[in-house]
Design a protein around this ligand. Structure first.
Ligand code: SF4
Ligand code: SF4
Length: 654
């Protein structure tokens, strides 16, 4: 079988390298390599490509196929939970996909996920921290993929030294991704999906052949460990933690996944994204579901020795089977698995490449050449960044593996620590610009805490030897990030409310000091003859008038502050910003509350500010009380205490 395995590996190698060189040969600048919106090459052309490519990113050789076969004896049919949550995750992104596409297209150049977050929260630090988290996560996942791949092929090709396998696998992945860029990844993703479908046809064919030649269905079915095909919970230690961990990994994570954002950036039409994701939900459900069933049924064919992944045992069985079917099946399986590994690796590499180049490298280079998107030098730099990052990460994963981390540990640690981005993305898509900018610091804290808690949980689980705690790393990471973001939102909202209330209290204090806010019933004839710029103390001390939304639109958003349901002119230390040289600079469109001064409607009775020096008692020009807004309107609705206090101090009811 070794010639069959080597020839199928060689075929994949030639096809993927061929695609990389063919696509890369046409690249003239960095924007042909990375989906930045201007190049002609770095694109996703239609919804079929989008769907195939997105689903291919979800099917990792190490973290899905090998993991399913590894966990089948432990969780059995419960692995279908991963299918449900993956479909749910893609649907979740589908819900926001149109909005993401619209937002990306509002930028001059399509931003990376981290640039988008940085600009929404107005925080360069957030973009940097986000880029570091994504890079570490994706590089870790890439290296884990490579490590598992090398172990797998080492077992299949015992005569070849492991370091040769790692070298070949990594060189192919680096080469075609660095040379072909994003477009090569999209094309090879389609090839991967095709080879996965072939694999999903060939494996059941071999199962049927084997069952038929080894005693029939009932004999082989009896070999499946008890409970594998039932939803029983008995003896399934850590099932709840696993389900929780998988839920938070699969459902929210795609929303903050740089590779999904790259595909959205590469799409030229909105429908490419929305339709592509919809097709992706169906395609992922069928593919993942079939893989789970194959993993659970593998025990009909093999009984793996302790510590060996059943997929490896299965391939050994295929290789020992005589007849023409076995070599054909082996050829297809190796193509499918190697393709799955390479496509996942290249997806991760290209995501890291753009993150490192755009979000980190470009920000530190002081003299970026004009039109750098078309610069060949930048193209070469970005390719080198990719290769160096990938080599570093491979070394790092080897260090973690030596430290005792299994691939399962790494998967949960890597995805766990990345989930910190998710609440921030959600908030950036749902929140409003001004509010987000007030959260810039808490966003950085939330993201960093998610990362630290994710890795902290994984390392702690490793130290204490708790095999199920690792499943909760994503849950804790997401919880920490969400918690800090919520705390940030609460603090920002309290600050804003306190700010408005504090200004109102100061206004009352200042007005009283200047002789205003002596509010008494307007029971006798009187009129207002405003002294204008010879006085202006009302605008100078109670210059935070309440305004309506229509007035806010006329005045301009920059001059407005909000608290609960009320809006006010943003005063400078109680002085109205529109007061210029003692006169109102927006006199013609001034708010109604300014027009009403010094009259007040308190509990349906007309009052006035006796302190206003413009009030004259020579004739009666008092307004009708019903034409004046109630006194409470000058305060935010929820501030009953503030209204009562102001009334008690400033209003005389004789
Ligand atoms: S305090 Fe009275 S007189 Fe003075 S500017 Fe205001 S309304 Fe006119
Ligand atoms: S808007 Fe005009 S009238 Fe009203 S407080 Fe400001 S300066 Fe005075």
């Amino acid at each position: 079988m070794i010639p069959i395995i080597i020839s199928s590996l060689g075929l994949v190698l030639i096809v993927y390298l061929g695609i990389g060189f063919a696509v890369g040969g046409r690249a003239t600048g960095i924007d042909d390599l990375l989906p930045m919106g201007r190049g002609k090459q770095a694109r996703v052309n239609n919804s079929a490509e989008f769907s195939a490519s997105t689903v291919a990113t979800t099917i990792s050789f190490a973290m899905v196929i090998m993991a399913f076969f590894d966990l089948a004896a432990w969780f059995g049919i419960w692995l279908l939970w991963t299918v449900v949550t993956t479909a749910g995750g893609l649907l979740f992104v589908r819900f926001f996909a149109g909005k993401i596409w619209d937002k990306m297209n509002s930028y001059e150049r399509k931003p990376t996920l981290h640039e988008f977050l940085g600009s929404q929260y107005d925080s360069g630090a957030l973009a940097h921290v986000g880029a570091v988290c994504t890079s570490l996560g994706f590089l870790g996942a890439f290296a884990a993929e490579l490590t598992v791949g090398s172990i797998f092929f080492r077992d299949l090709l015992p005569g070849i030294a492991p370091w040769v396998i790692v070298l070949v696998l990594s060189t192919v992945a680096f080469l075609y991704t660095a040379i072909g860029g994003f477009r090569a990844v999209i094309v090879t993703d389609r090839v991967q999906m095709f080879s996965i479908w072939l694999l999903l046809l060939s494996l059941p064919t071999f199962y049927c052949y084997y069952i038929f030649t080894h005693g029939g269905w009932s004999v082989c079915f009896a070999n499946i460990p008890e409970g594998t095909l039932t939803f029983s919970t008995q003896g399934r230690v850590g099932l709840l933690s696993f389900m929780l961990g998988i839920f938070v990994i699969n459902v929210p994570t795609y929303l903050s996944d740089m590779s999904v954002w790259q595909r959205i950036a590469g799409a030229q039409e909105r429908e490419t994204v929305t339709r592509g994701l919809f097709r992706g939900v169906f395609s992922a459900s069928v593919t993942w579901g079939a893989l789970v069933m194959l993993a659970c049924m593998v025990f009909m064919i093999v009984t793996p020795p302790d510590g060996e992944n059943p997929l490896i045992t299965l391939l050994k069985t295929v290789s020992q089977t005589s007849g023409i079917l076995a070599p054909v099946v082996m050829f297809i399986i190796v193509i499918g698995l190697y393709g799955a590994m390479l496509s996942t690796a290249s997806t991760q590499l290209i995501a890291v490449s753009q993150t490192l180049y755009v979000d980190i490298f470009s920000k530190y280079v002081k003299h970026i050449p004009e039109g750098r998107e078309r610069s060949r030098k930048e193209l070469i730099i970005s390719r080198w960044i990719l290769v160096i990052a990938a080599i570093t990460s491979t070394i790092l994963v080897q260090v973690f593996t030596i430290a005792g981390f299994t691939i399962k540990d790494l998967v949960f640690a890597i995805y766990g620590s990345q989930l910190g981005l998710c609440p921030l993305v959600l908030m950036a898509l749902l929140g409003k610009g001004e509010k987000l900018k007030k959260l810039s610091t808490s966003a950085v804290i939330a993201l960093s805490s998610g990362f630290i808690v994710g890795w902290g949980t994984a390392i702690y689980a490793q130290v204490v030897g708790d095999g199920t705690l690792i499943f909760l790393a994503p849950v804790f990471s997401l919880a920490a990030s969400s918690l800090f973001l919520v705390i940030g939102i609460v603090v920002a909202s309290c600050k804003q409310k306190e700010h408005v209330n504090w200004i109102l209290i100061k206004s009352v204090w200042r007005a009283r000091r200047k002789g205003l806010y002596r509010i008494v019933p307007a029971d006798k004839p009187m009129r207002l003859d405003c002294l204008m710029d010879r006085c202006s103390i009302c605008c100078d001390s109670i210059g935070t008038p309440v305004i309506t939304p229509e007035e806010a639109k006329r005045i301009g958003d920059d001059a407005v502050m909000k608290s609960d349901d009320a809006m006010f002119i943003r005063s400078n230390d109680c002085v109205c910003p529109f007061l210029k040289k003692g006169l109102c600079s927006i006199h013609a469109i001034r708010p109604n509350s300014c027009r009403e001064y010094p009259w007040y409607n308190i509990d349906g009775r007309l009052y006035y500010d006796k302190g206003c020096p413009g009030v004259k008692y020579d004739k009666d020009e008092r307004p009708t009380v019903t034409d004046i807004e109630p006194f409470e309107r000058f305060f935010p609705k929820k501030q009953g205490l503030l209204v009562r206090l102001t009334k008690a101090i400033c209003v005389k009811r004789y």
